[in-house]
Ligand binder design. Structure first.
Ligand code: HPA
Ligand code: ZN
Length: 331
């Protein structure tokens, strides 16, 4: 199974680029940019990465992002993630970035997006990896702030395929961002939102009905509503599930309790993703392996999960066909 997963061509649809900042790069950037970080060594970092819920992670994740200053820093961050894609045979990736995390520290929007974009261009040239960029609004901030950020993004419309919503979920429902998502829809962006990671199914209903999103990020709380499950199945709405993240943030206490196999068996369009791999102990293949070691997933299940990702991605129908054929050839 390990070898089967390793060599299987995969797509990733839920990856926060700031969440791929490995401690080694964090230390070297902190030193170069003369930024203080609250860790003496890697051992210290490992101790700190012991989360109790989403917020306990976010506090540390935003602090880590402080070391990112120059365009080259964002390039290096993205390039390191691309090397992990190569290692894990991820051939297409759709990455999130959180501009407000950086613009609020005085880093220009342009610095962030061009650093990421140049690395992704080189990834295509060097490895043939295709990618899309999705810009997320931080939901703990106001809609006004999101609207200002959205204006900045319009200058980079060709580089940004979609708009998403992340950060502290409970208390910040999708309805808070109805206006800015409406504008994004009018401008033709694809729409996604984190919903039902920790918060109840009302957040998923709002994301679907008020924001009109194309994919739900996480969505694992869907299992608590038969009615919602039926709808997700009927409409085949993609759920970008992140197993390691759910365990590390105690959404589920163990992999054996994770509901991805139940959702898959129910007929939902679920996918596997790494979310914030530097913080959650592993990249794409590690997520698959942890599932396989603890749940009765068959090879057919793995194939279904991987094909769901390609089909649910924001690439052209032609490229989808090409990638699905690649998967079939491998099988
Ligand atoms: N949930 C919400 N916000 C995030 C996450 C997540 O899993 N990762 C990075 N920002
Ligand atoms: Zn996420």
């Amino acid at each position: 199974m390990k070898e089967f997963i390793q060599l299987l061509p995969k797509a990733e649809l839920h990856l926060h680029i700031e969440g791929s900042l490995e401690p080694e790069l964090m230390f070297s950037l902190a030193k170069k940019n003369k930024i203080e970080i609250p860790y003496k060594n890697i051992e210290d970092v490992r101790t700190a990465y012991n989360f109790t819920n989403l917020q306990s992670f976010l506090d540390i994740y935003y602090a880590g992002a402080n070391v990112l200053i120059t365009k080259q820093d964002f390039y290096d961050l993205t390039w390191d993630y691309i090397l992990r894609c190569v290692e894990d045979n991820v051939i297409h990736t759709e990455i999130f970035f959180d501009p407000q995390t950086h613009t609020h520290r005085g880093i220009a929007f342009e610095t962030v997006i061009t650093g990421i974009k140049e690395a992704l261009n080189d990834a295509h040239k060097k490895f043939g990896i295709t990618s899309n960029i999705i810009m997320c609004f931080l939901r703990h901030l106001s809609q006004e702030d999101a609207l200002e950020t959205f204006e900045m993004a319009l200058d980079y419309k060709d580089d940004i395929i979609g708009i998403g919503l992340d950060s502290s979920e409970i208390g910040n429902p999708p309805s808070k961002f109805e206006e800015v998502f409406k504008k994004a829809k009018e401008e033709g962006f694809k729409l996604v939102a984190h919903a039902g990671e920790e918060a109840d199914v009302s957040y998923i209903y709002e994301a679907l009905d008020l924001l009109d999103i194309h994919r739900i990020d996480h969505g694992v709380q869907s299992i608590n509503s038969e009615e919602l499950m039926e709808r997700l199945k009927e409409e085949q709405i993609p759920l970008t599930v992140c197993p390691n993240s759910n365990i590390e943030l105690k959404v589920f206490q163990t992999y054996k309790e994770h509901n991805i196999k139940n959702m898959l068996d129910y007929g939902l369009n679920v996918t596997v993703n790494s979310d914030d791999p530097a913080y959650f102990k592993g990249y794409m293949n590690k997520n698959f392996l942890n599932l396989c070691e603890n749940l009765p997933l068959t090879k057919e299940d793995i194939i279904k999960l991987v094909k769901n990702s390609f089909r649910s991605s924001f690439i052209s129908d032609e490229l989808k066909e090409k990638y699905l054929k690649k998967v079939d050839e491998y099988i």
